[in-house]
Design a protein around this ligand. Structure first.
Ligand code: UDP
Ligand code: MG
Length: 343
């Protein structure tokens, strides 16, 4: 094992977090002071529209342990995390939300578990404060549904607050999928995994960036990218309905032959046709989700585009990592839109 002290990377996705940033920087700095190894904090600006970037640029300019990746636009939480992890140089990488709902102090517990030999350590929410009952119920339903539908054991009540070791990180980097459901991807890869419980406080500043439709989107993609069950539902559902249709059809024919004067029921036709149309459309939609996923993959676009980076020339390079894309930006100029995945 390492004799030299471990190196840590913190990855923080930032999307319009202007209000939280001063407190966040404070808390992160004090966390860095308490960690037992060299630590870098990588802020990934996910196309913020407020003053977040300017604030971070100023902080990164004076604080040698902070680094900044500015994505060229909003790519979404899951991709922002990926960009940060791709650039991380530490032996252990910790991903956490920037809104202080993932308390920085919990990182110490994650690190302790990592030192016991766990490659992936999740922070499990045992209590969610300040979240509406609606969010709590939908989240809980989602985790249970996910558990039922997927073949991979995706841990319940676990978000993206986690620590991963180098081996898991390198594995993650080899997973190019566009449809990213990061927590599922880590569950999939195996290794020794464990969870550390924590109480999730309310977001006290700023707004949640996950409105209902975004949550739905994440939920649907979580299921579609980790389960073929919806496709099978289409198959069996279609078969069952066809069987019913045969039975009913037979009855209708006999009725037509033996019951004189019966005019075929208009109502039943309308009911059946509309029912079948509905199911058909639904199932086409299910198939479409998967086809859409394939479409996104075959385009082979890079996952994200980096506008500019700052702070990476300061120290701490990953000795083992050949994919590190960052060169010292020329005169602080933008890193010409190169993307990590192209390199
Ligand atoms: N975030 C991001 N890009 C987005 C949406 C969110 O980088 O498109 C970041 C956000 O700044 C925060 C984290 O992802 O650090 C989690 O977002 P949020 O707190 O809004 O989610 P919630 O805790 O409500 O699920
Ligand atoms: Mg939050």
């Amino acid at each position: 094992m390492n004799v030299s002290p471990p190196r840590y990377s913190l990855v923080l996705p930032i999307y319009n977090e202007e209000q939280v940033l001063p407190r966040l920087i404070e808390r992160i700095s004090s966390l860095i002071g308490r960690l037992d190894g060299e630590t870098e904090a990588i802020f990934v600006d996910d196309g913020s529209l407020d003053g977040s970037v300017e604030y971070l640029r100023n902080v990164v300019a004076v604080e040698p342990r902070f680094r900044l990746i500015e994505l060229s636009r909003n790519f979404g939480h899951q991709v922002a995390i990926t960009a940060g992890m791709d650039a991380a140089a530490g032996d252990a990488v910790i991903v956490m939300d920037a809104d202080l709902q993932d308390p920085p102090e919990v990182v110490l517990d994650l690190v302790a578990k990592w030192k016991e030999g766990f490659e992936i350590v999740y922070a499990r929410r045992v209590k969610r404060e300040g979240e509406s009952w609606f969010k709590r119920i939908t989240a809980s339903l989602f985790y249970r549904l996910l558990e039922k539908m997927t073949s991979v054991d995706i841990p319940r009540d676990v978000g993206d607050f986690r620590l991963v070791g180098r081996k898991a990180l390198e594995t993650f980097k080899q997973m190019p999928e566009h449809d990213r459901f990061v927590r599922g991807m880590f569950a999939w890869m195996g290794f020794k995994q464990t969870a550390v419980p924590f109480e999730r406080p309310a977001r006290n500043l700023g707004q949640t960036k996950y409105p209902f439709w975004k949550m739905m989107h994440l939920a649907v993609h979580g299921i579609v990218s980790f389960s073929e069950k919806p496709l099978r539902v289409a198959l069996w559902g279609g078969l069952a309905i066809s069987a019913l249709a045969v039975v009913f059809g037979t009855y209708a024919i006999f009725a037509w032959i033996f019951e004189t004067g019966v005019i075929a029921g208009w109502t039943s036709i309308v009911v059946i046709v509309s029912l079948l149309c509905g199911i058909n459309l639904f199932m086409t939609g299910v198939v479409g989700l998967y086809v859409g996923g394939i479409h996104a993959e075959v385009k082979r676009r890079p996952l994200y585009v980096i506008d500019r980076v700052a702070g990476f020339d300061k120290a701490m390079r990953a000795a083992s990592d050949s994919r590190r894309p960052f060169r010292k930006p020329r005169n602080g100029a933008s890193a010409d839109g190169r993307t990590l995945r192209q390199l």
